[in-house]
Write a protein of this length. Sequence first.
Length: 155
Amino acid sequence: MSKFRKKKKGLPAISTASLPDIVFMLLFFFMVTTTMRETELKINTPILPAATEVKKLEHKSLVSTIYVGSSKNKNITGDKIQVNDKIINYTEVQSFILSERAERKEEEVPFMTTSIKADRNANVGTILDIKEQLREIHALKISFSVTKGDVSKNF
């Protein structure tokens, strides 16, 4: 009989030293491959008019965007109005803004801005109809999206 007994060997513990590296690699992978989609344009990408005095919008989370331009469908003529992912009539602008207000906290509503991204060749009557609809519901904070540059390029 031997004086020393054999120790039973168990499974070795799993090393967790590389675990943070793996977690950060996965995090980095998903940050790089994920895209943040705002809206899918159903109108042609608006060619924005140029302006000399340009100011960036603050609080972009409080901005509701209305797109105005020609339809991608060649059979449809005239200007189309798009909000989020659907094309609407100018009379539906009020319901869009009111639904945007309902999603916000009451203290944020006075800071909400309506941004109009209209093609430089869009009909002024369409934009005036939108502004009239906004005026009726007291959405008076309106911003027009433009590119910074020479104003003579607009003509």
